[in-house]
Design a protein around this ligand. Sequence first.
Ligand code: DP6
Length: 360
Amino acid sequence: MTDQDFIPTEYEQENIKGKTTWKAPSNIALVKYWGKKANQIPANPSISFTLDTCATTTSMSYKKLDNPKSDFSFELFFEGRQKESFKPKVNTFFERIETYLPFLKSYHFKIETSNSFPHSSGIASSASGMSALALCLMDIERGFHPEMTDSFFRRKASFLARLGSGSACRSIEGALIQWGHHEDIQGSSDLYGIKYPFKAHEVFENYQDTILLVDKGTKQVSSTVGHDLMFGHPFAKPRFTQAHENLSELKVIFEEGNLDRFIKIVESEALTLHAMMMTSHPYFILMKPNTLKILNKIWAFRERSKSHVCFTLDAGANVHVLYPESEKEKVSEFIEEELLQHCENGQYIQDRLGLGAIKY
Ligand code: DP6
């Protein structure tokens, strides 16, 4: 499919007003997206676990305008309060997707959004937020095109979400989502995320993710700035090649359920992401001393207990602790006894693999 396939034919009949509500999950990348080209095209393919607990719920009320203006018309409420500071991001999103949703300027929207995770927890809400917004908009468009298939609906929602925030295109469905063209992965595309088309061993079912909130401060480097740092980065080319190779290797790992090899790739991807930030210009260290303490303790625990617990990181100091459900009891005990002391105010979020967005 190309961009053109997402431009609708004329709407025959539009609904004058209505309301739609979607809850969209966050996701955690195993192979990281870091570096992008124009129009939110990723520099390398990525794959993620869709989460369950961390999510954004968004309602969109819409009403056709009698006299449409040249600007987008919307109001935005975050956790019950009007939030002017979020509006530019939504406005930019609308500008990027207007070609694909030509009705946007003919309506007034009231957007009400909230997150399941605490505000300023250091958990990025752009993936779940943009995904929830894209799903609401698609629901409105489906009202004009009732014959739209579910698969097209989800695909276009992912396509639109990508234009809001790259990783958001992996937050429509669950539980394992791949985004970005890869020659061995049939149907993969730079334009949208797809459900991983190969077998995943049952050991990955209900995989757990305990998110340790090490530093809840605002991000030192926005992801947009971060992605740009991959331009002219001395290690960019080998890094992008490595992501392709890691995805090829993961195919066998997912099929066989080989957790030792899974851990090697996932932890290496996390450290490579941070290595890219440490070796760019300007350079950043986003891990905190407590992040390192946690990583070392995970390694020591894994060594002595033969557990399959491992970590991954986002572009920040928080740590995602990943482990199979069968090890939940012993890993939870270890987290409680040894890791929570390194979290800000002992805070963490217990999450696990999720099945994707739902409509209310
Ligand atoms: C480190 O999707 O937040 O989480 O496209 O600029 O909105 P934009 O970036 P964003 O980048 C996420 C980067 C990451 C890795 C990942 O999720 O793959």
